[in-house]
Design a protein around this ligand. Structure first.
Ligand SMILES: [Zn+2]
Length: 178
């Protein structure tokens, strides 16, 4: 089991926490869609067409207002799959693609503020992590390199967005609602 399977498993909910509809913008038609979104969102999806210039916020916006290959039965226009959390989740764990998408350190989603709490980098059977403490300091951990200890990397404020992509690995990013 890799870190994304574990995050997916831990974030399973008994009740749905998000709902989706296929909507036609022209006709005001809305059809209920199946939805399996939880606190863990896999953003590594080809239908999102993610580029390196995308940020976490723009990818989330794409995912929650996704153009589909489905067509409206009455006007033949494309249908959008619109999703909404029933209430803003306390935690968001995002699996972002191998591409160097911009990792926002804070953003607004569903009118709530979220802040970055950590990034887990994983590759071949080894993972490292950057943890953001409550007082906004960044700590780096790699068990092979640092053992039980962590290396202080400095204040979150001084870390540039490209610094989050220095490790050329796949990423899982954790955000907490403020
Ligand atoms: Zn239509």
């Amino acid at each position: 089991m890799n870190i994304t399977d574990l995050a997916d498993l831990l974030c399973q909910t008994t009740e749905p926490i998000c709902e989706s509809n296929y909507d036609c913008i022209q006709c005001d038609i809305s059809i209920e869609a199946r939805n399996k979104f939880t606190y863990y969102l896999n953003l590594q999806r080809s239908d999102l067409n993610i580029f390196n210039t995308n940020s976490i916020v723009s990818i989330l916006e794409l995912l929650f207002h996704l153009s589909t290959s489905k067509r409206c039965a009455s006007c033949n226009d494309i249908l959008y799959r619109n999703s909404n959390f029933l209430s803003a989740p306390d935690l968001l764990i995002l699996h972002i693609p191998y591409a160097d998408a911009k990792i926002n350190t804070s953003f607004k989603f569903l009118n709530k503020s979220y802040s970055l709490r950590g990034v887990i980098y994983y590759g071949s059977n080894h993972y490292t992590s950057c943890i953001v403490s409550e007082n906004k300091n960044v700590w780096y951990h790699d068990r092979i390199q640092t053992g039980k200890n962590m290396i202080f990397e400095g204040a979150l404020l001084f870390k540039k967005s490209k610094d989050w992509n220095v490790y050329n690995n796949k990423k899982v990013v954790l955000f907490k609602r403020l």
